[in-house]
Write a protein that binds this ligand. Structure first.
Ligand code: CAO
Length: 428
């Protein structure tokens, strides 16, 4: 007859959340196999099987709140006796080797008994960073089995927790890139106690910071970047923009330089279609796109986001200007949905309103190019007879050199220069 397996004594915690269900109906399990992971604000813990058997029915799901006595599953016992059946706990705060947590951070109060494992013979693991990684015991075990240094794996779970899929993705990436002499294996960043040199403050990275950091890092190390610099003469464009800005001010539409740049980039993508492409996951094929969605890097208090202006080829400059006003406001109000940030063909990152002369933006892969724009400057330009004051806009085009070659990089910025010089052609 099926036996009810319930949550054992888990200390003082009334209600904890189920964050992983590790078994399925029909699974044959051994005594001590982990059944579920639960997590409170302070610690995570795996609940082991008290005995071996076959899972008849799982009674909990991820997100459920459980307490001592809650039913986990029904088990058809096989008769094997357990050796150990105590829950294994992992603090959510760093391990004891770290400095004491600030008062605002929770301190783990589950009795802590970290599992003992033999070091993997296949990989060099930094035991300190491994111990500090935020992951459940089963993920730690999994990482040990694969020889993965958990401290180097980015966590995509709740509160940055490393989940099994992160470990798999890490291994996959290592296999793809090779970890031998020519691979990307790098020494881990040393753990430094900065407080030894003066007062410090620890700030948590925002969710956006963490996500963006992960993508930027991936793109930086996997995309061979080249940045092409150029300058576009926008003297007439700026005059036109100011006229239009005055005209549309009362309608609440701000006619910005960015709107002209979006139209110019669409023309550039039409002229040089390799810029409107992505490599497929195999790296063997180029996917050419017949749509024109332009991403805009927007700086928000929580970090960088890139909403997308869709079908920019079929919108007028004024429509785009109005949409830009809406999406940058939405970005700052944290109202962007994931779909608002997907499907981009190429991104524009404009720092012109802030300052700087040039910069090297990182390609927003799987796009293959990004246009950086810096602050325009009135510049003396030689016209063959004398110097003329011209308003020059610095362009910094970074591209994926696997897809775009240097000649096309220079062609793209030259083309941008020509279309931006003829601003009237961008208004429709
Ligand atoms: N040169 C000189 N001045 C410029 C300029 C340029 N290239 N581009 C814009 N400006 C001026 C505008 O004229 C405007 O001045 P006024 O307020 O006097 O009218 C001011 O800068 C603000 O410009 P704007 O309202 O047109 O906004 P924008 O188009 O420059 O920027 C947005 C909008 C959303 C792109 C911007 O707010 C932003 O977030 N920029 C940062 C993007 C970023 O962080 N990129 C980095 C990515 S890589 O890490």
């Amino acid at each position: 007859m099926a036996k009810e397996i319930v949550i054992p004594d888990i200390g003082d915690f009334d209600s904890v959340e189920v964050i992983e269900v590790l078994v399925e109906t029909g699974d044959t399990i051994a005594a001590e196999d982990s059944l579920i992971s639960v997590e409170s604000d302070k610690a995570s813990m795996e609940i082991p099987a008290p005995e071996a058997g076959v899972v008849v029915e799982v009674k909990v799901a991820v997100g459920d709140q459980v307490s001592q006595g809650s039913l986990i599953l029904l088990l058809e016992p096989s008769g094997d006796t357990p050796t150990v059946a105590a829950p294994v706990t992992q603090e959510t705060t760093p391990a004891a080797s770290q400095p004491a947590a600030p008062a605002s951070q929770p301190v783990a109060s589950f009795s802590q008994q970290p599992p003992q494992y033999r070091p993997s013979p296949t990989a060099k693991i930094d035991e300190v960073s491994f111990a500090r990684a935020y992951a459940s015991p089963s993920v730690r075990k999994f990482a040990r089995e694969l020889g993965v240094d958990l401290g180097r794996v980015g966590g995509s779970g709740r509160k940055g927790r490393v989940i099994k899929d992160d470990v798999k993705a890490f291994v996959k990436q290592a296999l793809t890139q090779g970890t031998g002499g020519g691979g990307l294996a790098v020494a881990p960043m040393p753990k430094v106690d900065f407080s030894q040199w003066g007062e410090i403050e620890t700030q948590k990275l925002s969710k956006i910071n963490k996500l963006t950091g992960k993508f930027l890092h991936r793109n930086w190390v996997t995309v061979p970047h080249v940045t092409q610099f150029d300058q576009a003469d926008i003297t007439e464009l700026d005059a036109l923009r100011k006229t239009m800005a005055a005209e549309y001010k009362d309608k609440g539409i701000k006619i910005t330089m960015l709107a002209f740049l979006i139209k110019a980039v669409v023309s550039g993508l039409r002229e040089l279609p390799r810029f409107n492409a992505s490599l497929d996951a195999s790296g063997e094929n180029l996917i050419l796109k017949n749509y024109f969605n332009i991403g805009i890097a927007v700086d928000t208090p929580d970090g960088l986001v890139v909403p997308v202006v869709r079908n920019a080829d079929s919108k007028s400059l004024v429509d785009i200007a109005a949409e830009l006003g809406e999406i940058s406001q939405k970005a700052r109000d944290k109202k962007l949905k994931p779909a608002d940030m997907q499907g981009g063909c190429m991104t524009i990152s404009s720092l012109g309103g802030i300052g700087g002369t040039q910069f090297t933006p990182i390609v927003n892969a799987p796009e293959v190019a990004i246009l950086g724009v810096s602050r325009h400057k009135m510049t003396p330009v030689w016209n063959g007879e004398n110097f003329e004051p011209r308003l020059m806009l610095p362009l910094s085009l970074s591209y994926d050199h696997r897809v775009v070659d240097g000649a096309d990089g220079a062609r793209f910025t030259s083309f941008m220069g020509r279309v931006l010089a003829d601003a009237n052609g961008l208004v429709k």
